[in-house]
Write a protein of this length. Structure first.
Length: 132
């Protein structure tokens, strides 16, 4: 989980703020174990925080699934246009291409090109040049 959070922090600085807020809560799974004297007010707070924690875990699981799906789609699009899948050639510090992986750097994947790019070009030409 820690490695996954670090990856998310690197890829999305905006999300890093939320992860920093969530992580202490997630690391502290045994809040109930640490309370020896059971004060009813504290117990209610623990129950409330436990429910919130479960919801947050559920949200995180959903976000992980969504991120994995979007990363795969991003990789496919990069392959379709022959670009670096890490940065599309827009990051001079990219460990994969050092900023040289713009569109057309690699040979586009035949199937993915026909899936993603070709229909867009046809639509583009039809719209701007009235061609088929
Ligand atoms: Zn790159």
């Amino acid at each position: 989980m820690e490695a996954y959070f670090n990856l998310l922090r690197e890829q999305n600085p905006e999300m890093a703020k939320y992860i920093d807020m969530l992580q202490p809560m997630m690391d502290n799974k045994s809040v109930e174990e640490n309370v020896s004297a059971v004060d009813p007010e504290i117990e209610k707070k623990i129950e409330k925080l436990t429910r919130i924690n479960r919801r947050l875990f559920s949200i995180i699981e959903g976000l992980k699934t969504q991120l994995e799906s979007e990363l795969l789609q991003n990789d496919d699009l990069a392959k379709a246009i022959g670009a670096c899948k890490e940065c599309f050639g827009e990051n001079k510090e990219c460990p994969e291409c050092f900023g040289s992986g713009k569109s057309g750097t690699n040979v586009p994947d035949f199937i993915l090109y026909n899936k993603y790019v070709s229909p867009a070009i046809q639509r583009y030409n039809k719209h701007y040049f009235n061609k088929n």
